[in-house]
Design a protein around this ligand. Structure first.
Ligand code: NAD
Length: 370
């Protein structure tokens, strides 16, 4: 059995607690001969700072680069509030994204029917929702130069950020979106502000041309980013894959997250360029939520976003979509039975600890493989 090299970074706060539940599943999959994993563990965030004085060491960075996929839980917490800016816990996450050139951020928003009442929208709008936001992660206004505050000398200052996109950056994120759509419901919605921004005009042209040239079989529509924000809360089930830039993606993906009811449910993936020689790509998988210091150490955190991140790694890094489906099915099955951790407990028969939820998902998985 081939073994996939998984580099695991539990990080801070609830990170180690939820990662332990993933490790139960990887150990079981390996024991059963379903998927082989070679797991290495490293330190990131405050945990790395306490040992190495940096948010991720060079040695762990090299391990991340050499792995088939990196699985990260969460970083940060009040313990490290006073540490120098460049070694603060988040710097570890930013270095991973930058050094591995992870330009595509995939954030699925899935609303499990059993949890539809936890959404801020009416059940009929979100029940069965399954959309994917593909956000450009390494370009745009967060990185464009010049980026500065100038003193105008007359008591006024001027702040400048620059929105810049080159054709290749739009094409490569567009390809990620079209490829994903082909494996889903075959529809891409591209979003920008071409009515007021030149970068939006180019974005629109490049995505339209890319589709005509390489993906004529995929349905493409364009929506202005403000209108799309409105449509996301009006009729979210109209979307399949949404592709957008770094700034709009940052906001729209948070809106989409809230449609699903709970932060503890949402996984994400950040992908780099495909290596033409090997066909593989660098990738980091992590929950959308943070280290939840308010509940850390109590064994009550919800491990579902973390386990969902493992499922994404299987699907997008290892091509094991059928096994990913089984893991997601196991999550759904547990929720259908009314089993809940405290964060999603409204109306629950029983509240489970982190470890009990992990065990319940593993039990469903066992049944699915029988
Ligand atoms: P958070 O996501 O950690 O927590 C927000 C709220 O959601 C808290 O009440 C928390 O208890 C709850 N929550 C989050 N995940 C949960 C889970 N799996 N199960 C049950 N409840 C859960 O965000 P925050 O409180 O704003 O930030 C806390 C720390 O995390 C900060 O240091 C912040 O910088 C860091 N952070 C890290 C990441 C990351 O590692 N990617 C992302 C966001 C925030």
């Amino acid at each position: 059995m081939a073994a996939y090299k998984l580099f695991v970074l539990p990080g801070d706060g609830i990170g180690p607690e939820i990662m332990a539940e993933v490790e139960k599943i990887t150990a079981w999959l390996t024991r059963e001969g379903i998927v082989g994993f070679e797991i290495e563990k490293g330190l990131v965030g405050g945990a790395a700072y306490d040992v190495h004085g940096v948010a991720i060491s060079d040695a762990d960075m090299a391990r991340a680069e050499a792995a088939d996929a990196v699985l990260l839980a969460a970083v940060g917490g009040p313990k490290w509030d006073g540490v120098p800016y460049d070694v603060r816990p988040e710097a570890g996450l930013l270095r991973l994204r930058k050094d591995m050139a992870l330009f595509a951020n995939l954030r699925p928003a899935i609303c499990y029917p059993a949890l539809a009442d936890a959404s801020s929208l009416k059940r009929e709008l979100v029940d069965g929702l399954d959309l994917m936001i593909v956000r450009e992660l390494t370009g745009g206004v967060y990185f464009g130069e010049p980026k500065q505050i100038i003193d105008l000398g007359n008591g006024q200052k001027r702040a400048i950020d620059t929105q810049v996109y080159d054709t290749y950056e739009i094409e490569r994120i567009g390809r990620v979106a079209f490829e994903l759509a082909r494996k889903r419901r075959n529809k891409v919605t591209s979003s920008e502000k071409r009515n007021v921004m030149k970068s939006g005009v180019l974005w629109n042209e490049v995505i339209t041309a890319l589709r005509a040239r390489e993906y004529p079989d995929v349905e493409l529509e364009h929506q202005l980013a403000d209108a799309l924000g409105m449509q996301l809360v009006r009729r979210p089930k109209q979307f399949d894959v949404i592709v957008t830039d770094n700034l709009f993606g940052d906001m729209l993906s948070d809106v989409a997250a809230m449609l699903t009811g709970s932060l503890g449910m949402l996984p994400s993936a950040s992908l780099g360029e495909t290596n033409p020689q090997t066909g593989t790509r660098k990738a980091l998988y992590e929950p959308v939520h943070g280290s939840a210091p308010d509940i850390a150490g109590r064994g009550v955190a919800n491990p579902i976003a973390m386990i969902g991140s493992l499922a994404m790694a299987l699907r997008y890094s290892f091509g094991l979509g059928a096994i990913a489906d089984k893991i997601e099915g196991a999550i759904s099955g547990v929720l259908d039975k009314g089993l809940r951790t405290a964060d999603i407990a409204a109306g629950a028969k029983e509240t489970l600890s982190t470890a009990q939820m992990g065990d319940a998902i593993l039990e469903e998985l066992r049944i699915a493989f029988k």
